[in-house]
Design a protein around this ligand. Structure first.
Ligand code: TXA
Ligand code: MG
Length: 317
């Protein structure tokens, strides 16, 4: 594995590696993705193996533009409207899988749908343009573990599994894309909360977005299993007074003299907290502690997506 700065020459090298079936980690505005050529069944199979990801959990195909997406995948006016507002950006659309689809069937994990996204990141877009084919990219972490928000996180967890890491510094958003099932225009469903919030979507489509009925054994989005984003330490939420020995992850000004204190955002800013979340979890774990205690996060706007990740990080394994 080599870590490369994202020069134009290195981006071309990374695109060639993907074209030849390699696995390349690259930055997006949400988290680092572990990329493979979406049209190469063998490379897609290698992604599942590298992440130790269950075969029933489908992958997102990344494209350089909305035009490229809709040239491949049929859609409806609602999907096009959402795409025109939020792409490039941290939103993934689940659409019907065309019969003549070039995306590997493994990437759909046996479902009759495909998930697609155009990321808002200079390096990711350059890479996707250089490829000219869609690139599947799950978050570049072992399945169930904490997502990566910098190249170092990827290298630590996945070094022996991948060919190249393109280093693009920190991910600006820090939380994975919002996943929206757009197949039925009368039932637009939020499968995974993320940086594009439910109310932002509703403001565009002018009708309510449906939340899937909660059943952690049979989630509407197969990746939304109860335990996910798990640090090695146990994690507890909504803590105002951390127990002795715990690493405390606070939001706003921490009213504690706990010596092991990390802050998501001292000013109580949800955007900053989202961007820092996975790094704080990585840092807390690196101390070798047994317990991570996190202060309450308001359940509004981006707070929903943060609490979603924390709830899964806290879930029994
Ligand atoms: O921000 C992101 O989306 C990042 C970056 C790298 O783009 N990628 C990412 O991929 O988070 P991953 O594989 O970690 O999460 C993809 C989520 C999973 O919850 C998966 O179940 C869901 O999208 N998904 C993918 N294809 C789907 C489909 N056809 N139907 C329903 N859910 C799908
Ligand atoms: Mg993931």
């Amino acid at each position: 594995m080599t870590i490369l700065t994202a020069s134009d020459a290195h981006i071309r090298q990374a695109a060639d590696s993907l074209r030849n079936g390699g696995l390349v980690a690259f930055p997006t505005e949400t988290v680092y993705g572990l990329g493979a050529n979406a049209c190469d069944e063998h490379a897609v199979a290698n992604i599942y193996a590298a992440k130790n990801r269950p075969q029933f959990n489908p992958l997102i195909s990344h494209y350089a533009s909305s035009e490229a997406v809709f040239a491949d995948i049929d859609s409806n006016p609602t999907a096009r409207m959402l795409a025109s507002h939020f792409w490039p950006g941290p939103m993934t659309l689940v659409l019907d899988r065309p019969t003549d689809c070039q995306i590997s069937t493994l990437a759909s994990a046996g479902q009759n749908s495909v998930a697609v996204r155009v990321p808002a990141h200079r390096i990711a877009l350059k890479l996707l343009s250089a490829c000219g084919f869609p690139v599947v990219a799950p978050s570049a972490n072992p399945s169930g573990k904490i997502s990566p928000s910098c190249a170092e996180h990827v290298a630590r967890a996945m070094a022996d599994k991948i060919d190249i890491i393109l280093d693009g510094g920190w991910c600006e958003r820090g939380l994975e894309s919002t996943v929206i099932d757009c197949r039925d225009e009368d039932h637009i469903m939020l499968l995974r909360p993320g940086p594009v919030t439910k109310s932002e979507i509703e403001a565009i489509i002018e009708r309510p977005v449906i939340l899937p009925a909660h059943d952690s054994n049979m989630p509407a989005s197969p990746g939304q299993l109860a335990s996910h984003y798990a640090p090695d330490a146990r994690l507890i939420m909504d803590v105002t007074t951390p127990p002795d020995g715990a690493v405390y992850i606070s939001f706003g000004v921490a009213k504690t003299d706990n010596p092991l204190n990390l802050s998501l955002s001292e000013t109580g800013n949800l955007h900053e907290a989202a961007a820092n979340l996975f790094n704080c979890l990585h840092q807390a774990d690196a101390t070798g502690c047994d317990l991570i205690a996190v202060s309450p996060i308001p359940q509004t706007g981006l707070g929903r997506a943060i609490n979603d990740r924390l709830k899964r990080a806290a879930a029994p394994r």
